[in-house]
Design a binder for this molecule. Structure first.
Ligand code: ADP
Ligand code: MG
Length: 293
């Protein structure tokens, strides 16, 4: 396409809430055949709510105390899962104790010290060698089959329970996926969340391929491996953990209310947080290519 055509396309994009940061990507978008969606914050609202606290073997008093301690180590995290846990503690009018030695581990969870104890909340990877009882394993998979994200909670070296959080899919996500599939696109979900939760949400949305349990570094590798089979791979994401994958994809789409680093790494920004505009952007790209004026 000519520079003029790209200018025209960019202007038309802006009218539709599509901010084209990279004119070349507007051309490349016409050849997209694989679209990879991050799950949390992209396909889902990322306004998750705590649905269950599961602490077999703890008294009510112990349980309440641990909930507040967990919320206190989550307070400094930017992750939507953390926000849900802090909100639940505030709703229960719990005073949050002081936490120190905080470590936020992307794609895994958080650890910190509270009242002389080492606390950890996150996924299996974060729990490392800690033992997981059969009861906890079973409950974890039940939550996951319900499409909930189940995070393990450990105090010192003992895994004591699970907090389950449910995140709703965005209202337009299913229609957007349907439309893109009708255009012949291959759709893939890429997430740091576990397989069962990811599959449950993918099934709701009509997504056939799921790549789950992926660490932030793994997202780039996943894009690279899809690039071997595809013509042009696009990635749609919102988080810090998506930024390298947005840069790796030939066309990176960031959700407009996503993190700054995701927006910086993307070629195209969806200003209205509207997933339908991915299809609009591809249409626009095809028009831009045809427009030789
Ligand atoms: P996604 O790719 O779906 O946006 P992430 O890569 O951010 O997900 O996170 C992957 C997993 O790591 C989460 O499902 C959760 O189990 C765990 N995790 C990440 N951050 C936190 C946190 N602040 N608190 C608890 N668990 C977390
Ligand atoms: Mg995300």
């Amino acid at each position: 396409a000519t520079p003029t055509a790209i200018m025209v396309g960019t202007g038309r994009g802006a009218e539709n809430g599509i901010l084209v940061k990279n004119g070349a990507a507007l051309e490349t978008a016409s050849q997209i055949d694989t679209i990879v969606f991050d799950k949390t914050g992209t396909l889902t609202k990322a306004q998750p709510e705590v649905t269950d606290w599961y602490f077999p073997g703890l008294s009510t008093a112990e349980k309440t105390k641990l909930q507040a301690q967990i919320a206190s180590i989550e307070q400094g995290s930017e992750h939507p899962l953390a926000a849900a846990i802090v909100a639940a503690a505030k709703q229960a009018k719990q005073a949050l104790p002081t936490a120190t030695a905080l470590h936020f581990i992307a794609g895994q969870g958080v650890t910190g010290q509270v009242a002389g104890h080492e606390l950890a909340i996150g996924n299996q990877k974060l729990m490392a060698e800690r033992h997981l009882s059969t009861t906890l394993k079973q409950q974890q998979s039940t939550f996951a089959q319900q499409g909930k994200t189940a995070m393990l909670i450990a105090k010192d070296n003992e895994v004591l329970g699970i907090v389950a959080v449910a995140d709703q899919v965005k209202p337009d996500a299913k229609a957007a996926i349907q439309q893109l599939k009708a255009m012949g696109e291959k759709i893939v979900m890429l997430t740091g969340d576990g397989a069962a939760t990811a599959q449950a949400i993918a099934a709701q949305l009509g997504i056939d391929q799921v790549i789950s349990d992926v660490l932030p570094d793994g997202k780039v590798a996943a894009i690279q491996s899809l690039q071997k089979e595809a013509q042009v791979v696009a990635m749609v994401g919102d988080g810090i953990n998506d930024a390298p994958a947005l840069a790796q994809a030939q066309v990176g789409f960031a959700i407009g209310n996503g993190t700054d680093i995701a927006i910086d790494s993307a070629d195209i920004v969806l200003m209205h947080q509207d997933l339908m505009t991915v299809a609009t952007a591809i249409d626009l790209s095809q028009q831009t290519i045809k427009n030789i004026k």
